[in-house]
Design a protein around this ligand. Structure first.
Ligand code: T1G
Length: 694
């Protein structure tokens, strides 16, 4: 049973014991009911303490049970809470570390609550696209008031227990040992005659509840644009305010059942699990010993090197920053300081913290200063010869066991590893620009990369708050390899009849943060130009529309040259559709006798998204990515794919692979159809009626 029962001088202690965070799975729920009932029938017991073993009171409903029969099997959480609340003997919830979601709802069903300081208190269900489904929308407003409760429910943001001292949620904040405090409190209330207080009996006092609720609705409008849950949270709270606890509970139940079926909730839960699954590497045991990373060195103080250095400094890890020339080094350090000053100005960093972080940076021009580093990340010019010089030098100076990482985004990590006598210590750490902001980190596993190196980098990624995804070695790893097909389709569509602004508008309406042409103007069209030139040499069969080359030949590299696919005005980053470029495109088609036709937004979105899906399926088949959710995490955290659609592979599952395959075969029969070689794995799954995500 995932619950322990002990007695201490007339007090029964019911301890949730379902690692890792006491998720309220079926056996835990049944154990709580058994414990409460056992205490009722023992005359020696005067009070009951409900507490959690390990690292949490409870992290809430066991989300691994979602959409399985266990989730709704009795005793449901609502039943458990009803048993707790109707206990004749007082129940005291003793909370430490985490009381979230159903865990907090369980505590709200108790008669009294004691918390240790530092406990994270939250109803984060809205972040999973649902809402508190076990009375949280009714009890929390009665415990801490309408405004504070609505804020917590609609944001899902945790609040530290000590910040809720006077909120009415806790009867005591335990300064010393929580268990002792809970037993003492229990003996005291156990000596009192009942009935003991129920949160559900409290009133919701507010001078203008209707007005505040309307204000709440207006405030969530922006974040609720693509997510139904925030408004449903307000509906449930409003129902309780207007029509009382039981009616409110009924509305909460209806809203919960409706939300848990939505594609948005499925996408959010997929992302929640995908984030955690990404750090698990199938053939690297989770207890693999990791190397100790106390000191990091970064080679290259340019945009990427500086951003990379900031990630480690932000986590309190000292960084030695190496450049080849003093002025480049000075410029790099100055840029890092400027970035921190901007954060201080926004009030997100204290001035003294800025100096503490800058003090963790040691600039140098000498490789000899890297000899103590446990991890060295190079972020030098993206050219194999330059990488070779760096890695041969590192092989001479780095201490044995140091991890040597390359930030390369296109080069072969195995070839880089071969420049050293220690390929087992070489790994790719592909950060995304701006490196101190973007959450995605592609960890590129070379043929010889040691398992403990991977385990170390994945653990370090968590420390620097990155979403790390392991990729095998191929051109473009996961993200860029897929985006290349996406860009090919975008260019073909210009040749076939679309214009840049139309393509961007369509895919941005689908939910992408930025369409391919605005993105290319931002990154620099010359980058794509260099890749295509390499492609024309190395892979002439992967044909491209040449229209982008025409644009680059005009020197229109994007924002940095004042014009790209769009026109720009000085000091203004707005992308203005360019008449000249549109005419160039139409002229190019006339020249090449490429017949233009009207292309609808639906086709634009389908070709862009399915080109990602098809390439993703190939990446899965080749083992470059070990699971579909890894590919989704890459696109959700690194490429602006809309979170409410869960990533390209989950989106394909939502559309249905049968329909995906039919669409791909249709495009394969059209002009430029050679780009649509269907991934055999996708066709196989479609034939079996399955999806990428099970
Ligand atoms: N159920 C099952 N497993 C969970 C879990 C949960 N609620 N929360 C976390 N885990 C697993 C997680 O997958 C990982 O597994 C391990 O615990 C450590 O997690 C009716 C219906 C609690 C703050 O949304 O926010 O209640 O990878 O790496 O950084 O209204 O996990 O080790 O195998 O995140 O210390 C609402 C979600 C559910 C809380 C701990 N609850 N969890 O953070 O560790 S819906 C949540 C978190 C609900 C009711 C509704 C965090 C944490 P593994 P971790 P952490």
């Amino acid at each position: 049973m995932a619950v322990d029962y002990t007695t201490h001088d007339g007090v029964a202690v019911v301890t949730l014991n379902n690692p890792p965070v006491n998720g309220l799975g079926l056996s835990t729920r049944a154990g709580i009911v058994a414990g409460i009932e056992r205490a009722q029938s023992d005359p020696a017991i005067r009070a009951i303490v409900l507490t959690g073993a390990g690292k949490a009171f409870s992290g809430g409903a066991d989300i691994t049970e979602f959409n399985t029969p266990k989730a709704t099997q009795e005793p449901t959480l609502a039943t458990v809470i009803q048993v707790v609340e109707s206990s004749a003997k007082p129940v005291i919830a003793a909370i430490h570390s985490v009381a979230m979601g159903g865990g907090l709802e369980l505590a709200l069903g108790a008669h009294y609550r004691i918390a240790a300081p530092g406990a994270q208190i939250a109803l984060p269900e809205v972040k999973l696209g649902i809402l508190p489904g076990a009375g949280g929308t009714q009890r929390l407003p009665r415990a801490i008031g309408l405004e504070a409760a609505l804020n917590m429910i609609v944001s899902g943001t945790p609040v530290l227990s000590e910040k809720l001292t006077d909120s009415g949620l806790f009867d005591e904040i335990a300064q010393g040992d929580l268990a002792e405090a809970a037993l003492t409190f229990a003996r005291r209330v156990g000596a009192q005659t009942g009935p003991h207080p129920k949160v559900r009996d409290r009133k919701i006092e507010h001078p203008n509840a209707a007005g505040f609720i309307q204000f709440a609705r207006n405030s969530v409008a922006a974040i609720a644009k693509n997510f139904p849950a925030p408004h449903k949270c307000i509906d449930a709270v409003e129902a309780g305010v207007q029509n009382g606890f039981d009616k409110g509970l009924a509305v909460e139940r209806e809203c919960f059942v409706a939300l848990v079926q939505t594609p948005e909730s499925r996408a959010l839960r997929h992302a929640f699990f995908g984030e955690r699954a990404a750090s698990k590497i199938p053939d690297v045991p989770s207890d693999t010993p990791t190397r100790d990373i106390q000191r990091v060195a970064v080679i290259g103080a340019g945009t990427m090197g500086g951003g990379i250095a900031m990630n480690f400094v932000n986590a309190g890890i000292p960084v030695t920053l190496l450049e080849t020339k003093q002025e480049a080094l000075d410029r790099g350090i100055a840029t890092i300081r400027k970035n921190y000053e901007a954060t201080v100005r926004k009030g997100r960093l204290k001035p003294e913290a800025l100096e503490q972080r800058m003090a963790l940076l040691t600039p140098t021009l000498s490789y000899d200063d890297l000899k103590d580093a446990d991890l060295i990340v190079e972020a030098v010019f993206e050219e194999l010869g330059v990488k070779e010089q760096v890695f041969r030098r590192l092989d001479e100076v780095a201490k044995p066991g140091a991890i040597l990482a390359s930030n390369t985004s296109t080069l072969d990590v195995d070839r880089i590893a071969a420049f050293t006598k220690r390929p087992q210590d070489v790994v790719g750490m592909h950060f995304f620009s701006p490196a101190n902001v973007m959450k995605l980190l592609e960890v590129v596993r070379g043929e010889h990369t040691a398992k403990d190196v991977l385990a170390t980098v994945m653990k370090l990624a968590k420390k620097i708050r990155k979403t790390a995804v392991v990729s095998g070695v191929c051109d473009g790893f996961i993200g860029n390899r897929m985006i290349e097909q996406y860009i090919r389709q975008a260019l073909f569509m210009l040749e076939e009849g679309a214009l840049p602004a139309q393509v961007d508008r369509a895919i941005e309406k689908f939910g992408f943060a930025m369409g391919p042409f605005r993105m290319s103007d931002l990154a620099g069209n010359d980058i794509g130009w260099a890749i295509r030139k390499r492609r024309y040499q190395e892979q002439p069969d992967m044909h491209y529309s040449k229209v982008a080359d025409r644009l680059c030949e005009l020197g229109r590299f994007g924002q940095k040259t004042g014009g790209g696919w769009y026109d720009y005005k000085a000091g203004d980053r707005t992308a203005y559709p360019s008449k000249a470029v549109d005419e160039m495109i139409v002229g190019y088609c006339a020249e090449t006798q490429a017949p233009r036709r009207k292309i609808g937004d639906e086709e634009i979105v389908e070709r862009l998204v399915l080109s990602l899906v098809n390439e993703g399926a190939k990446i899965l088949e080749e083992g470059i990515a070990s699971k579909a959710s890894d590919i989704d995490m890459v696109y959700l955290t690194g490429y602006g794919f809309p979170l409410y659609r869960g990533g390209p592979m989950l989106y394909a599952d939502t559309v249905g692979l049968y329909n995906v395959e039919r669409a791909i075969r249709r495009y394969a029969a059209q002009p430029n159809g050679d780009a649509w070689q269907i991934a055999p794995g996708l066709a196989k799954l479609a034939a079996e009626g399955r999806g990428f995500n099970g």
